[in-house]
Design a protein around this ligand. Structure first.
Ligand SMILES: NC(=O)c1ccc[n+]([C@@H]2O[C@H](COP(=O)([O-])OP(=O)(O)OC[C@H]3O[C@@H](n4cnc5c(N)ncnc54)[C@H](OP(=O)(O)O)[C@@H]3O)[C@@H](O)[C@H]2O)c1
Length: 243
């Protein structure tokens, strides 16, 4: 099986890349910026797991670069079985303190680029009549809180889009699901202040950060045939946050 994973250089995407490689997926490891350390990491991982991992570099903010990245993926003439739309950006700001320019920037990455990736990759999946798309959403898109106007609404949009795409692409054998992580131990997860983090823990049954590997296990399950009867769903992996 062959998977495209965006944001695979760090955080949750990096854990998804490692988990998929250990489960025998060949991977197109998408990242924004070429780096020697990333290339040496994927070379080691591909050798130790006996799978192929090809780096594909593009900035999700650049529509033409996204197209070129997907063209590169298609040039391998392999099936594209899984797309994990993981890369995203955080942003904190209230209604009155979020300039429209910032909303556009967040939506460009967290919504428009995700739609574009689904459109491009689902063309190949439609020809194959099979595929699994997994959008990394957020509990921030389900729970309405103060101070996350751009991020929260962008993730809410992705939840809706995941369900709509599942309805539209189902007839082509493509499943589309989302994962809504709670606070996860990555750079983005530490964006909140200690006080805000404690407030989240106070409302959660398992009072700790999620591990990126725990989110990756959800993606592995949704990608697999074990989830063949699951589409249009959002898997919440958040330690039991009581919303
Ligand atoms: N951590 C949490 O608590 C949490 C909770 C709920 C949902 N999520 C979601 O989980 C996903 C992964 O988050 P994370 O925690 O792993 O965040 P992270 O550690 O900040 O990593 C973000 C990843 O997205 C990539 N990225 C951002 N903007 C990009 C762009 N314009 N073009 C290409 N790549 C870009 C980053 O690449 P660079 O290294 O080049 O910046 C990086 O690989 C996101 O969609 C996030 O919204 C996270």
């Amino acid at each position: 099986m062959n998977a495209v994973i965006t944001g695979s250089n760090r955080g949750i995407g990096n854990a998804i890349m490692h988990t998929f490689a250990h489960n025998k997926y060949n991977i197109w490891a998408c990242a924004r910026t070429p780096s020697e350390s990333f290339e040496s990491e994927i070379n080691q991982l591909s050798k130790s797991c006996g799978v192929s991992i090809e780096p594909v570099y593009f900035d999700l903010a650049d529509e033409n670069a996204v197209k070129a990245g997907v063209k590169q993926i298609f040039s391998y003439k392999k099936s594209v079985d899984v797309l994990v739309n993981n890369a995203g950006m955080g942003h904190g700001g209230t209604l009155m303190m979020t300039p429209v320019s910032k909303l556009r920037e967040v939506y460009e990455i967290n919504v428009f680029a995700q739609i574009h990736m689904m459109q491009l990759i689902s063309r190949a999946m439609t020809r194959q009549q099979s595929g699994s798309i997994i959008n990394i959403c957020s509990v921030g898109g389900m729970e309405v809180g103060k101070g996350y106007i751009a991020y929260g609404s962008s993730k809410a949009a992705m939840i809706w889009l995941t369900k709509a795409a599942a309805k539209e692409l189902g007839e082509f054998g493509i499943r589309v699901n989302g994962i809504a992580p709670g606070l996860t131990d990555t750079e983005m997860g530490h964006y909140k202040s200690d006080e805000e983090i404690q407030k989240v823990f106070d409302r959660t049954v398992i009072k700790r950060f999620g591990k990126p590997e725990e989110i990756a296990q959800g993606a592995l399950y949704l990608a697999s045939d074990a989830a063949a009867f699951i589409t249009g769903q959002i898997l919440v992996i958040d330690g039991g946050r009581v919303i």
